[in-house]
Design a protein around this ligand. Structure first.
Ligand SMILES: [Zn+2]
Length: 288
């Protein structure tokens, strides 16, 4: 195909950031750190390799995901504990914060809610930055390994992809039938996973996670949360997933509650301020 005469000039146009975040409401990390210093552990659950578990963290509590035993990637789903239709919105989180998230950044909820569900308050892999391949950790660019894509690419019936693990865990936690629970499973935060896009073909890549036992990612729950975490069958995701080939390890989830009064001045984020009428007036617009 011949290029237009001004192709070089068109390619040379400088990019602009789609969503400058200087007007985003900022978390008060100083207050969160002071509250965390008073917190005590209220629960913990271990996620078995190639399995998933649910956990609950009330608004104002902290939850920590830790590596145990060896390098392991986790796939995290978050729901509003009182309304499963409000759930983590990977795509908009990516649009706001970039391809990978770390301390001070937030997991945002689906439309029409679009508010912070959780804020990352500690990340022991923050030192990793962006490596020479363009890779980094804790991405919001992947989806979750699932048996449908596995079947599409390789055939077969594999039952321990993160999608299935999260489906079983949510069904067990809520009592929902498996098929109903499956509809609530969504694109994840890839905890500890090291990923990027190749510059030559733009393809999604993964590489061995730099996580080591003792590393953790800790969050502040901005609303009452139900969480689901799968210990991916890909293990450290250095070679393949959607199979029982990789060496896998457990993950630990711990929930911590600050002392009463430690969060004075903080409140649960309000639902998004858009009125939901979409140009049709209040009678026809969605009731908010
Ligand atoms: Zn997975």
């Amino acid at each position: 195909m011949t290029e237009p005469h001004d192709a070089a000039a068109r390619r040379a146009v400088a990019p602009v950031i789609c969503y400058p975040v200087d007007t985003l409401p900022q978390p008060n990390l100083t207050l969160y750190a002071a509250a965390r210093a008073t917190a005590v552990k209220v629960s913990e659950v271990q996620v078995e390799p190639r399995g998933a578990a649910c956990f609950r963290a009330d608004a104002g509590q902290f939850f920590r995901i830790s590596s145990l035993g060896g390098p392991q990637v986790g796939d995290l789903n978050l729901w509003n504990a009182a309304d499963l239709s409000e759930r983590f919105y990977s795509g908009k989180t990516r649009a706001l914060h970039g391809t990978h998230i770390t301390r001070g950044q937030r997991m945002w909820s689906s439309l029409p809610h679009l508010r912070p569900m959780a804020t990352i308050t500690s990340d022991t892999l923050e030192w990793y930055g962006i490596d020479g391949f363009g890779g980094s950790v804790h991405d919001v660019i992947g989806t979750r390994c699932d048996p449908y894509t596995g079947n599409l690419l390789a055939g077969g019936q594999y039952h321990h992809c993160c999608h299935s693990n999260l489906t079983r865990a949510l069904a067990d936690e809520t009592g929902l039938p498996l098929a109903d629970a499956e509809r609530h499973v969504h694109d994840v935060l890839n905890v500890f996973m090291c990923t990027g896009f190749t510059r030559d073909t733009g393809q999604y890549f993964m590489k061995a996670s730099p996580v080591r036992p003792g590393d953790y990612l800790e969050f502040f729950a901005e609303i009452d949360l139900l969480g689901g975490l799968s210990a991916c069958p890909g293990g450290d995701c250095s070679a393949q997933h959607s199979s029982d080939t990789a060496t896998c390890h457990p993950l630990l989830i711990e929930v911590f509650a600050p002392a009463p009064g430690a969060l004075d001045g903080w409140s649960v984020p309000a639902l998004n301020g858009y009125d939901g009428t979409h140009g049709r007036g209040p009678a026809e617009g969605s009731a908010r």
